[in-house]
Design a protein around this ligand. Structure first.
Ligand SMILES: NC(=O)c1ccc[n+]([C@@H]2O[C@H](COP(=O)([O-])OP(=O)(O)OC[C@H]3O[C@@H](n4cnc5c(N)ncnc54)[C@H](OP(=O)(O)O)[C@@H]3O)[C@@H](O)[C@H]2O)c1
Length: 293
């Protein structure tokens, strides 16, 4: 039997690009990468991927972009607004996938999605999952937990000031590296059958007290964690200049952790890649130079 044609949306993003590279290296057959600006992906085309233009804000681009694809990794977009635009983008992509004859959608979702009264990062994931389930296609919801890579954005300020603020109530969060999520996504895109939900986690939850201690250990600088109420955290992020939708999204993820939704552990990384997931400690040690800089 011939290999199915695999398509990765958002091939210009961190995750999408790495998934395309992983598929090409593993000899996965025909690989299509879609992106808003194909000129930026000439290197992937040279390695053997077919690069096509697709913009979820412009549904008229999607029929040609998705033509011939059997299986699709739908990478959620990075649009952070309270307008509902991101959900509209994802719904456009799902509708176009159905029309193009895609059989299986793997969707890059988030940890334990739930509906929110107004558009939000986690609400978008919930409603996109609903749209995919309603499409009748086979699917895999890749509920990637918070990337350990996000610590490279939050910890430098904590290391510089000596204080890590969160609204997690010091409940655990099971960080997973983006590299592990890339490997899972590539394997799922190639092999998953039927309809399933996968919570993609690291090896064990860590509390923010533990994250602060690890940051101290890795950099040699004292860092302590201070648990804030959600509203104080939101005000702090806004005062630091974060756009309101971004601040609300980050606080909502902290509140979800405080409620225990980020503390689960699954064997998804090992099941799909054959390797143990990277721990936060190993991730921070591997990135010590960036944290010390
Ligand atoms: N679990 C977590 O902790 C976590 C952390 C960060 C992000 N995420 C989610 O995972 C996604 C991928 O992460 P990343 O690190 O690769 O993000 P990234 O590098 O910021 O990439 C953003 C992605 O959004 C796509 N995109 C933006 N506008 C689009 C549009 N109009 N039509 C189609 N695609 C569009 C981009 O595709 P092109 O540039 O190729 O068009 C790109 O793949 C993010 O967008 C976010 O939803 C999760």
């Amino acid at each position: 039997m011939s290999q199915p044609t695999l398509l990765v949306t958002g091939a210009g993003g961190h995750l999408g690009r790495l998934v395309v590279e992983t598929l090409l290296e593993s000899g996965a057959g025909k690989v299509i990468g879609t992106t808003r600006d194909p000129s930026k992906l000439a290197d992937l085309a040279a390695k053997g991927a077919e690069i096509r233009a697709a913009d979820f804000d412009r549904p008229e681009t999607l029929a040609a972009a998705f033509a011939g694809a059997d299986r699709m990794l739908l990478v959620s977009t990075d649009v952070i607004e309270k307008t509902g635009r991101r959900l509209g983008q994802h719904r456009n992509a799902v509708a176009a996938a159905v029309k193009a004859g895609v059989r299986h959608i793997a969707y890059l979702s988030g940890p334990s999605p739930y509906p929110t009264p107004e558009p939000s990062l986690i609400g978008d994931h919930f409603w996109t999952e609903q749209a995919i389930a309603a499409s009748g296609l086979d699917f895999t919801m890749l509920r990637d937990h918070i990337y350990a890579d996000m610590l490279l954005f939050s910890l430098p300020h904590a290391i510089a000031t000596g204080t890590l603020y969160t609204a997690t109530g010091n409940r655990g969060r099971n960080y997973v590296s983006r590299a592990d999520c890339v490997a899972v996504a590539a394997a799922v895109l190639e092999r998953a059958e039927g309809k399933s939900l996968l919570e993609v986690t690291g090896p064990a939850p860590v509390t923010q007290d533990e994250v602060a201690a690890l940051a101290s250990e890795v950099t040699g600088k004292p860092v302590k964690h201070v648990a804030l109420p959600a509203e104080a955290m939101r005000q702090g992020l806004a005062a630091a200049g974060l756009p309101p939708a971004m601040a609300e999204g980050l606080v909502a993820f902290d509140v979800a952790a405080a409620e225990g939704f980020h503390a689960i552990t699954t064997s998804v990384v090992k099941d799909w890649t054959g390797r143990e997931p990277e721990s936060v400690r190993d991730f921070l040690i591997a990135n010590a130079a960036a944290l010390k800089a």
